[in-house]
Design a protein around this ligand. Structure first.
Ligand code: PMP
Length: 414
């Protein structure tokens, strides 16, 4: 297996955070490698598999769709698969939440949604500036990269980012309310901040180290946007689709974003991204913002199948039950290692254990891998262990995964 990995790495270049094995099959919250070793999944394909691997409903719907010759293109066409998805999305997600958005399909991957969102905001407002936040992660194409905080991903050669100002995210300065900085800068004509077209933010910064925005902060930012005709873009690519316990991460705060970016788990494991646009802000002409794979029928089929979870009145409480198990474990772990000053942050089923040191996190990840658990880290130094199990993970697997992590931490801190 090591030979195969080396061959792949030297020929096509892989993914830097590679898990050193060759995966073969996966179902629910477990993956199996070529040797037959099973792994519990706390990684979820970087958040693309909130409903688990090879979701039974999605798989069945896809097989049925393919067997009746469904594979076709749908950029400039209306297909049954597209209609089914839009109908399900409207009836299951938008209407019960009294949300009135139009849906624009933006391509296969998250950054496509972010690019579309910022272009639309610029066109709609006639302004070019965007406010993003420290530690933000919005993607790696040039527009979304400019919004991404981590300097590691930047390079002067990629162009200047004159149209973006990064302001401190909530709690970046401890207890200080950083929304006051935006308020002051907007009202001060000599602050140097041009009136922006949009403010873009993640309500929980996933790649940035599981930083959770408070409800008050979100509301203040939303109020400032409304008062100044600035569009509020919520990037729910990682923390939408139920990750925080509700379908949208902003639901509980009561804010009403102008644009919402969705990707990752929206496609039920297949590539798909979209933006939700407030009807009044939809200023695109047909074909003005386009791309060949904007709308993939197979993804529509899988996406429609996984949306059925949201018809289940117990789904949210099942997420909450799993969340409580993780929270209890994190609290106990932080107490046990109080001398290390670990921190725990998160909501719903996105939790971070900040072990304060990237090297230590790496050791824990490697030990977990050896013992059969897949987990990743995020944060500026990759120092935050990221607990991201499927929303549907079976309780015994969740507990077993936490036990593996327990042992990996104990063995790494000696
Ligand atoms: N926004 C957020 C919040 C993300 O977490 C990511 C991916 N980690 C992206 C945008 C970019 O998505 P993609 O990698 O699919 O382009």
């Amino acid at each position: 297996m090591t030979d195969q990995i080396e061959h792949i790495e030297s020929n096509v270049r892989g993914y830097a955070k590679l898990f050193p094995t060759v995966f073969d099959t996966a179902i629910g919250s477990t993956l199996c490698d070529q040797s037959g070793k099973t792994f519990i999944d706390f990684f979820c394909g970087a958040g693309t598999l909130n409903y688990g691997h090879n979701h039974a409903g999605a798989k069945e719907a896809l097989l049925r769709y393919i067997s009746r010759n469904g594979i076709q293109h749908s950029l400039d066409t209306v297909t049954t698969a597209k209609i089914d998805f839009l109908t399900a999305f409207e009836n299951t997600i938008l209407k019960p939440r009294q949300l009135d958005y139009v849906v624009q399909f933006t391509g296969p991957t998250g950054t496509n949604a972010v690019e579309a969102a910022i272009k639309l905001a610029k066109k709609r407002t006639g302004r070019s500036h965007i406010v993003a936040f420290t530690n933000a992660y919005h993607g790696h194409t040039l527009g979304s990269l400019a919004l991404t905080g981590n300097r590691y991903f930047h390079n002067d050669l990629y162009g200047s980012h004159n149209d973006v100002t990064h302001l401190p995210f909530d709690r970046y300065l401890g207890d200080f309310d950083t929304s006051a900085i935006l308020a002051k800068m907007l009202s001060d004509s000599s602050s140097g901040l041009p009136l922006p077209a949009a403010v873009i933010l993640e309500t929980v910064q996933g790649e940035g180290g599981i930083n959770v925005a408070s409800t008050q902060w979100l509301r203040k930012i939303a109020e400032l946007c409304t008062a100044n005709d600035i569009l509020l873009i919520i990037d729910d690519i990682q923390v939408g689709n139920g990750r925080t316990g509700k379908f949208f991460s902003f639901e509980e705060s009561g804010i009403h974003p102008d644009i919402v970016c969705l990707s990752k788990s929206i496609g039920g494991g297949l590539p798909m991204s979209l933006v939700l646009i407030r009807r009044d802000d939809d200023v695109w002409q047909p074909g003005e913002h386009t791309g060949t794979f904007r709308g993939n029928n197979l993804a529509f089929v899988a996406a429609t199948a996984v949306l059925k979870h949201w018809d289940d009145p117990h789904f949210e409480s099942q997420i909450e039950t799993r969340s409580r198990v993780i929270q209890a474990w994190l609290t106990e772990t932080c107490q046990r290692y109080s001398s290390q000053s670990f921190d725990r942050r998160g909501r719903g089923l996105i939790w971070g254990l900040d072990v304060r040191c990237g090297k230590l996190a790496r050791q824990i990840i490697d030990r977990s891998f050896d013992a059969g658990l897949l987990i990743e880290a995020s944060g500026a130094d990759d120092q935050v262990l990221k607990l991201l199990p499927a929303l549907t993970i079976e309780m015994p697997l969740l507990v077993e995964g936490l036990n593996i992590l327990d042992r990996a931490i104990a063995a790494s801190i000696q």
